[in-house]
Each structure stands twice: as C-alpha cells, then as structure tokens.
Design a protein around this ligand. Structure first.
Ligand code: PLP
Length: 427
C-alpha cells in the first residue's frame, strides 16, 4: 500500500494486494485450518517467529485483509476483528484489566455497553466508575484510583449524541498514564480520527456503518501503537506471559504489543472470532464507507433541520445543528459530517411515538443504526429497556426520545415519510 493514499483510496484498495494471477477481490477463505509441509514451519508460526495462518480462531486471510484495511483507515498499527462490537469492547478492557482492577467510563454509552460495564464486568471483579463526560476535568480526575487501568468513552454517545471532548479526555488519560479507549462506531474511521485527538485504542461495532447493509454482526479493535505500556503500570504487557511460554509483548513487538496480546492470548482463550464470510462483507462495506458517510451526514442534517421547525416536534438533537450543545465540538472533531443518527422528542409523548413508528412506511422500525436504509426506534422501550429510568437518563435516553438512523435514500422521500407519520401521530 502507498502510505500517502488518502482514506477514500485506502477504503477501496487497502488491506489486500493481489499478486499476478491472484483473485482481484479478496476471497472468502472459509477454512478452519491451513496445511504445511514441515513441522518446523508450524513451530515457527506458533512461536510467532513468522507471520502466517494456522487456525482461523487466531488469524485468517479474509479476516486479516479486513483488519489491515481498517487499521490503515484509522491510522493505527494493527487491528483485531471480533465476532461482535460487544466482543471488541469486552476484549479491549480484558486485555489490560483484571479482577481487582478498575476503569473509568463516560456514562453516555450504548445500552449494551452500559450493561456490560455496570453489571457483567463487576460480577467478574472489575470495578467501573461512570462519569459525566461534561463534568470538569478535576471532577473526572477524582474518580481515578491507584488500580485504574483505562478511560473509556464513545466519540458520539449512543443515543445521547454528545460529541466527546477529546482534548479534555486525552489530557486526563495522559496525566494519569492510562490509555484512552474510544468506541467510534457512530463516527466511523471516515468522519473522526480519534488517534489524532489523543485516543490510544479505537473500537467499532462493524455491524453498523462499516457493514452498512445490515448483513453481519462484527466488531474490531484498532491499536494506535501510541501508548507507552512500559510505564511500570502494565506488567501483563512487559512481564513474561506464563500462558505463552514467557512471551514479553512489549519487548518482542514494541508498538504492536497490545493488539498482539489481544490476539494470541485473549482470542486464543476466548474465541470471539468473526466468520471470514462476515469479514468479506465488512471489507465490501468499507469500499463505499466514505461515500455513504457523506450522504448519511447530508441527509441527517436536512432531516434535523426539517424537524426543528415542525409543530409536532418538541426538540431535535443532532450534533450538526447549530442548536446542539456539542455543535462546536462536532465542527472540530467531525469536520466531514456528524453521521446519520439523530434523535427528537415527539409532542404527545410515548403514545404519539408509538403511532409515529407504526406509521412510517419507507423508514422501518428495527433495532439497528448505520444501515443504508432509514430506520427508527424508541430506545427507552427497546435497546435501553434493561436499564433503570435513572440509568437511562444518565446514558442519555429521555422517555420521549425517538431515534432516527437516516439512510442514504433520496432525502425528499425520507422527509415526506416523516411528515406523513407525524400527522398520524397527532390523531
Ligand atoms: N457500540 C455502539 C456505539 C453500538 O451502538 C453498539 C450496538 O448498537 C455496539 C457497540 C455493540 O455492537 P454489536 O451489536 O455489534 O455487538
């Protein structure tokens, strides 16, 4: 790959360079295992002395092509594809945090991540503190403990749509010498460059815009290679790994230490591996990601502007609108557009919301965002249903909130559908 290629070119051409006579398109290598002629060769692969494939739980050529492309698009040093976005989040934490340790997260999170952090990880002995991302830095600093291992946040909170103050969060993480882990699912590698704003690890639910066509569940962890694990606080990366005959990740792999450990230790043991078929589809999705994100962002801004003056709507939340509290940050961190998701409050509350969602024709009621097709959801009764009302509010979900994932259809058709559904909601 030419390292000067711009992101649009990497999205199309990155991750796979066929040699003469090989398939133009990265094939789906639907094979669990790989054949070798000599035992010595296999030993070298197991000892990580040579790159190569021996078992798909650890690495597979189709998964590898997707990983390489996304790492190039993010500007990271390496990536690990996972079976779901949730697996990426879980592994990103497990890789540096164990029972008896602690991490801090912004409270404005996707409901599934909120549950993982509030309920499941504490059951495994990992303590989590939720902070208001809008709190002043000195308040967030107070949440740190001697055993704090990471700071976690979403670029654009789902579904609160607050844009992260990267300057504040990265300064806090640097001061406390912990990595900043960013879930950049809504922003995608095209709209936001977290590594340029101080992030150290980026994760995505590939299920959303990376796929873009609602075909596959998957995730990915990207390593920025820009955190000093050798600061005396991360012995799991600097000391010998007894489960890998004494491998020392930082010593052996330098800036790739974190992502290689995640693969050869955690993926080996936990097996949250994606299907090569899904990676093939993610790779296809990435080809058009820049084009789609431009269109998603343009359409969402037009829909948000339309809703802002509509008599049936009490409020609209979209970072691309000047009225949004994060608008200045959106201009700084999302200069190419604010993505396709917006939320609004419908007059008439939950009942009007139900009528609206049942009345849309082009826009489908589905538990999803990031699809080329427009979709709608009421998070309080669906994705955030398992949270208490207090937790819902702290994660940015008001009871009357309707979430629209604006697709790439013609925006006039989308607006006409919303307009007719709003008139039904008033009846
Ligand atoms: N992160 C964000 C911001 C999400 O919106 C989601 C899912 O909606 C996830 C992570 C989890 O991803 P997945 O559904 O692929 O496990």
């Amino acid at each position: 790959m030419n390292k000067d290629w711009k992101i649009e070119t990497v999205a199309v051409q990155g991750g796979y360079e066929p040699k003469s006579g090989e398939a133009r398109i990265m094939p789906i290598v639907q094979s669990t295992t790989f054949k070798y002629d000599s035992a010595e060769h296999v030993t070298k692969l197991f000892d990580l002395e040579e790159p190569g494939f021996f078992y798909t739980r650890l690495a597979n050529p189709t998964n590898d092509a997707f990983e390489q492309k996304i790492a190039q698009m993010e500007g990271g040093v390496g990536a690990l594809a996972t079976s779901a976005g949730q697996a990426a989040t879980t592994l990103s934490i497990f890789n540096i945090c164990q029972a008896g340790q602690h991490f801090i997260t912004a409270s404005t999170l996707y409901g599934g991540t909120y549950n993982l952090f509030a309920c499941t990880l504490p059951k495994m002995g990992i303590e989590v503190t939720f902070v208001d991302p809008e709190a002043p830095a000195d308040e967030i600093l107070k949440a740190f403990r001697p055993n704090t291992r990471a700071l976690f946040a979403e670029t654009i909170g789902n579904p609160g749509l607050n844009v992260l103050d990267f300057a504040k969060f990265s300064a806090i993480a640097q001061q406390k010498q912990v990595p900043l882990i960013i879930d950049s699912t809504f922003a995608t590698p095209y709209l936001c460059r977290p590594f340029e704003h101080g992030a150290n690890i980026v994760i995505h639910s590939a299920t959303k815009y990376i796929d873009g066509h609602a075909t596959s569940v998957g995730g990915v962890i990207v390593d920025g290679g820009n955190f000093n694990w050798d600061n005396g606080r991360y012995p799991e990366l600097t000391e010998p790994d007894v489960s890998y005959h004494g491998l020392q990740y930082v010593k052996s792999f330098g800036p790739l230490a974190y992502i290689i450990k995640a693969r050869v230790q955690l993926m080996r043991d936990m097996g949250m591996t994606p299907s090569p078929f899904n990676s093939f589809l993610f790779n296809h999705g990435l080809h058009t990601l820049p084009l789609r994100m431009q269109r998603h962002s343009e359409n969402a801004l037009a829909v948000a502007t339309f809703l802002e003056t509509h008599k049936s709507v009490s409020w609209v939340c979209y970072p691309g609108l000047a009225s949004h509290p994060s608008h200045e940050r959106a201009t700084k961190y999302l200069p190419k557009g604010s993505s396709g998701v917006l939320t609004f409050g419908i007059k008439g509350g939950a009942e009007a919301g139900r009528k609206f969602m049942e009345a849309t024709k082009l826009i489908a009621l589905v538990v999803h965002v990031g699809d080329a097709r427009s979709c709608v959801l009421h998070p309080a009764s669906t994705t955030h249903r398992q949270l208490s009302e207090e937790q819902q509010i702290s994660s940015g979900v008001a009871p009357d909130l309707i979430r629209l994932s604006v697709g790439i259809e013609n925006v006039e058709d989308i607006i006409a559908d919303i307009d007719q559904a709003l008139s039904v909601s008033r009846r």
